[in-house]
Structures are given as structure tokens and as C-alpha cells.
Design a protein around this ligand. Structure first.
Ligand code: NAI
Length: 408
């Protein structure tokens, strides 16, 4: 982006990108029309901290249509300036730019808290932690359900934020926070099907290798691993699974995959993909067993599943071959190919797409309906972290089926 690009130019570009995304977020379109009619968020200020990109923009528009005043910031390093410009043009208060330092990012989150939102849309429990510091014990004792913060409740997008609410912040928040990522619907729609699709798309996009007939080893047969294995096989890949949980390993075996230990299967694989959420899955012992030229990729959240420092310590040479592709030469004449330095590979390389529009439509509908529950009936929820109410999950599943013409 040239420094001369004006805010107005940026906003026009942002608006055009959002138009395409909005046109395919049909679930949110339905709820936006109802919200516009019913105004469930009238009088509320929603404070948000979440990736600022086109799909999030459609969620924010939906909340604004329902009467909310929106004060928002993004995640560090992923804010899209054209989207910010567009949202500001729509009357929202948005803090942050892509170039922000970590310090500036923290200041942005603090600015959202300082706007004294009445409802939170949180990510990683950053806003909840700031709110917890403002909770007044006397107000709680006097029966104020906001604990003097003015916050009636909110949502938390991530599993890691949910963990934080259940540990570090347990018992410190008098208001409810619905953890969106705990939803079964989201696990099916996003972790399984969307990650499955995007990991396969990303291997093809980053490496340009064929899938058909190639041997893939997927480590972890949880929600993401199941999807990755399924989509690789659908494209003609031969898939093996390494899973430490007995029941999931059994499921993988009866789903028709070759199952074994990662060390035993390492020499068979041409591509190894980790999706466990745990550290040190591809260790020096695994690397030792790999065939020459094996590709290593990680789909898990943290860049620790492939022991990259350990791999680099073994290396006798390293060459960047292309964006997100690195050749690592090992003693004895073998080499491996590491994608995205072991970071989440489906968000790496040129023009990563991330999760499919429909998966985000589903996830953000969970957000919108959970926030509506908070706004309309906070007393129906308990204080602190909790899953998405079952009725909301089922309503969305029915809506999704109807949208696909799968009437029952
Ligand atoms: P999950 O808990 O459903 O599955 C993880 C599986 O890995 C479990 O079955 C567990 O037994 C297994 N496992 C743990 N350690 C292992 C080891 N050393 N070897 C083999 N298997 C092992 O979790 P889910 O939903 O599949 O998520 C996995 C990771 O993917 C998490 O880090 C999550 O944050 C991340 N994720 C990534 C996304 C992306 O776009 N790339 C999107 C959503 C989640």
C-alpha cells in the first residue's frame, strides 16, 4: 500500500472486498435483517478485539444493524487497513493499523476498554482481563451483576481465551462470557471441514505438488486432523494417521486410514502434517526416520508441534526456496522441506485465504446469536465462561440445513 493512499481510497477498496464476502455470508444476512427490525442491541456499546478483516466486518455491520454502537480493535499484525477505513466510514470507532507495534496494540485494547463497553466480543480474554481489574467487590456484594464495570456479559472467540477465563480469571468476573470455540457446531464446521479444505488448498498453493497418490501422515485425529485426512483422501492422497488417544486412533483405523506410531510411519510418509495442539510431535527421533525430501507442515495453532529449533540444530545447511518453503539439509545426504517455519501453514505463503467464507458465516452467526442472548437475557446465563447455549447451536444447524436445501 503506498503511503499516499488516502483513507477514502482505502475505504473504497475495503468496501469492495467486503461486498463479495457479505454476498456469501447468507446466515448473517438473515439475522442482520431481523436485528435491523428488532434492535436487540439498542443502547449497548459492544467492545471488540478480534482479527479486523472482511468477514469480521460483516459481523460488525450485523451488530451495528441491531442497534449496537461498535468500538473495535484487531489482533496484533493482522489488521487490514482498508477494512478499518471502511468501518470508520460506517460510523464505528476502530483502533489500530497493520503496522502497530505490540505496545500500540496493547494501547488499542486498552482504548476499547476505556470506551466502557456494556458488552464484550473478546479474543484471548484480553478485554475480560482488563474488565476483571475494574470489578468492584462492593458492587458485586451489593448485587450489581456487572460488578461496577457496566458490562452485562459477552463472548470469547477462542479456546485459549476460554482456558484463561477458567483459570487465571476464574471467579473474578460476575457477568457471563460465552466461549464460541467450545461449540460442537464450530468444531464440525470450522476445525474439521474448513481446516481440512484450507490445509489441502495451502499445500497445493504453497508447494504446487500433486496430492493424488502421494503418501501423507497426519499427526492428531481430533477435529482438525479428521478434516485434513478426509480432504487429502478425497483428492486421491494415501493417508496414515498417528494419534496417541486410543479411541481416536481406533476411529481413524475404522475410517480406513493406516494407523501407527509417528516414528514407525515417518519413513513411509512423503508429507507429514501435525494437528495436535501439543508441543514436540515431530522430534529429532521422528526426523531421524524421515525419508529424503519429506515435507513437514503444521496446522496446529502454536508453532511448536514440529520441533523447529531441534531440526535446525541438526541441520548442516538451510535454504529458503520460496515464500514459506525452506530446504533443511541433514547429515548423511538427506534433506527435509519445512513449510512456514512450522507456523500454521494454512495462514502462510502468498495470499492465504484462511477459513472458508461459509465456516466464518457459521462461526459469526454463533457470535451474533450469543451476543443477542447476552443483550436480551443475561440472567439466563451463569457468571464466567460457559458454552454456547444448546438451543442456539440447534437453531443454526437447522438454518444451515435449510440454506442447503436439506429440509427434513
Ligand atoms: P483436538 O483436541 O480435537 O485434537 C487434537 C488431537 O491430537 C487429539 O485427538 C489428541 O489426542 C491428539 N494428540 C495430542 N498429542 C499428540 C501427539 N503427540 N501425537 C499424535 N496425536 C496427538 O483439537 P483440534 O480442534 O483438532 O485442534 C488441533 C490444533 O489445531 C489446535 O492447536 C487448534 O488451535 C488448531 N486449529 C488450527 C486451525 C487452523 O486454521 N490451522 C483452526 C482451528 C484450530
Amino acid at each position: 500500500m503506498s503511503p499516499q493512499t488516502s483513507d477514502a481510497d482505502l475505504a473504497v477498496r475495503g468496501a469492495a472486498r467486503i461486498d463479495w464476502i457479505r454476498s456469501r455470508m447468507t446466515l448473517l444476512a438473515g439475522v442482520r435483517a431481523r436485528f435491523a427490525d428488532e434492535q436487540p442491541f439498542a443502547g449497548h456499546r459492544i467492545g471488540m478485539s478480534l482479527h479486523l478483516e472482511p468477514k469480521t466486518a460483516v459481523l460488525l455491520e450485523t451488530l451495528q444493524a441491531g442497534g449496537a454502537e461498535v468500538v473495535a480493535t484487531g489482533n496484533h499484525g493482522s489488521t487490514q487497513d482498508d477494512i478499518v477505513a471502511h468501518l470508520r466510514g460506517q460510523g464505528m470507532t476502530v483502533h489500530g493499523t497493520r503496522a502497530d507495534t505490540l505496545e500500540q496494540h496493547h494501547a488499542n485494547v486498552a482504548a476499547v476498554d476505556a470506551a466502557r463497553p456494556s458488552i464484550l466480543l473478546d479474543n484471548g480474554a484480553d478485554l475480560a482481563a482488563l474488565a476483571a481489574a475494574r470489578v468492584d467487590a462492593a458492587a458485586v456484594a451489593a448485587g450489581d451483576p456487572t460488578g461496577g464495570t457496566g458490562i452485562i456479559g459477552g463472548t470469547e472467540e477462542t479456546t485459549s481465551g476460554g482456558m484463561r477465563l477458567r483459570t487465571e480469571l476464574a471467579g473474578r468476573l460476575p457477568f457471563p462470557l460465552i466461549v464460541i470455540n467450545d461449540s460442537l457446531l464450530k468444531a464440525i464446521g470450522e476445525n474439521k471441514h474448513s481446516v481440512g479444505q484450507s490445509v489441502v488448498e495451502s499445500i497445493m498453493r504453497i508447494t504446487n505438488l500433486r496430492i493424488a497418490g502421494r503418501r501423507f501422515l497426519v499427526a492428531g485425529y481430533g477435529w482438525c486432523g479428521r478434516g485434513i485426512a478426509q480432504y487429502l483422501r478425497a483428492m486421491g492422497g494415501k493417508v496414515a494417521v498417528a494419534e496417541i488417544d486410543d479411541l481416536k486412533a481406533f476411529e481413524a483405523a475404522w475410517d480406513g486410514y493406516r494407523v501407527g506410531s509417528i516414528v514407525d510411519l515417518a519413513g513411509w510418509a512423503e508429507v507429514v502434517i501435525t494437528a495436535t495442539g501439543h508441543p514436540d510431535v515431530v522430534t529429532a527421533e521422528v526426523v531421524d526416520a524421515l525419508a529424503d525430501g519429506t515435507v513437514l507442515a503444521n496446522a496446529g495453532h502454536f508453532p511448536w508441534e514440529i520441533d523447529v529449533p531441534g531440526l535446525y540444530a541438526l541441520a548442516i545447511g538451510r535454504t529458503t526456496l520460496d515464500e514459506a518453503i525452506e530446504r533443511v539439509d541433514l547429515p548423511g545426504g538427506r534433506h527435509v522441506v519445512l513449510l512456514a517455519e512450522g507456523r500454521m501453514m494454512n495462514l502462510a505463503g502468498r495470499e492465504p485465504k484462511g477459513n472458508s467464507i461459509e465456516a466464518m458465516d457459521l462461526g459469526f452467526l454463533l457470535q451474533a446469536l450469543s451476543l443477542e442472548r447476552v443483550a436480551r437475557d443475561p440472567a439466563s446465563l451463569v457468571a464466567g465462561a460457559q458454552p454456547v447455549p444448546d438451543a442456539i447451536e440447534r437453531e443454526i444447524a437447522r438454518g444451515m440445513l435449510a440454506a442447503m436445501g436439506a429440509h427434513r
